[in-house]
Write a protein that binds this ligand. Structure first.
Ligand SMILES: Nc1nc2c(c(=O)[nH]1)N=C([C@H](O)[C@@H](O)CO)CN2
Length: 118
């Protein structure tokens, strides 16, 4: 299956376990990989048959901006389900980095995969 990707998408979020984290917005960096059969879009040269990465980007920005969780796990699980439902994505991987929150590390975060590939 082909993949549409969005790398390095920075979105401010209210997320974290600690009280100080709940009082501010902090940047999250997302990498998304989404399975999509591109052949119909390629044959027709028509955006309607493509997975529109601009639309996905705006959806992620809006979704993340509206949520508040303690754990990255909670955010990613819901974001993955929302993207699959909104765009009909059968499989996706979302990786998120929380930069500079753990001083010993450049970034921390997680990566999940949801759905199935035929
Ligand atoms: N697996 C996770 N570990 C931690 C998270 C998280 O969301 N998932 N969050 C934190 C704190 O909020 C972090 O930002 C600062 O230590 C700790 N560990």
């Amino acid at each position: 299956m082909d993949r549409v990707f969005i790398h390095g998408l920075a979105v401010d979020a209210r997320i974290g376990v600690f009280e100080w984290e709940k009082q501010l917005q902090q940047p999250l960096i997302f990498d998304l990989e989404m399975a999509w059969d591109i052949r119909q879009a390629a044959a027709s040269d028509d955006l309607r048959y493509a997975l529109n990465y601009q639309a996905v980007t705006e959806f992620v920005e809006q979704f993340v901006g509206q949520q508040q969780f303690e754990l990255l796990e909670s955010l990613l699980e819901r974001l993955a389900a929302a993207l699959q439902a909104e765009f009909g994505i059968v499989w996706l991987s979302i990786r998120v980095e929380k930069p500079a929150v753990v001083p010993q590390a450049r970034a921390v975060g997680l990566r999940i995969e949801r759905g199935t590939l035929e």
